[in-house]
Design a protein around this ligand. Sequence first.
Ligand SMILES: [Zn+2]
Length: 164
Amino acid sequence: MRALTEDELRAALVNADADERRLATMPHDLVLADWDHLDFFAWRDPRSRGRAYLVTERAGRPVGVVLRAAETTSRARSAMCNVCHTMQPADQVSLFTARKAGDAGVQGDSVGTYICADLSCHENVRLAAPLAPSEVRASVDRRIDGTRHRAEAFVDRVRGEQGE
Ligand SMILES: [Zn+2]
């Protein structure tokens, strides 16, 4: 995706109010972000526990959402992230909810899904070992495309557009 500045990242948050945009803390390694290789940009707020952000690129424009991580974790032993489809120990997957954009959000509507607690889906899907040497490239590419598609679909649901 195109390299984004701190101001662009803040402005991209479609379900945030002015205070939330202003208070959003950027990741410490923002200057090191390898934008050329990113399909979307996600991070936990370094200062505000439980707050996180997911920014995608739609038609060349950044569109992102503010997320809140649930405090409780599942009692199951393992859980699957709904973005990268990686199985993780349950405490490494969190329920994230996002207030919907616009009037729906004002009325209390929100969208929730389970995502890797540290939002490292982008790396996880690339690090996951292939099931067999023969399925290496094509299947990794499919997983990468799927991860991007699911991250974008989630943002669309928060925007109030039809997603998955
Ligand atoms: Zn994930």
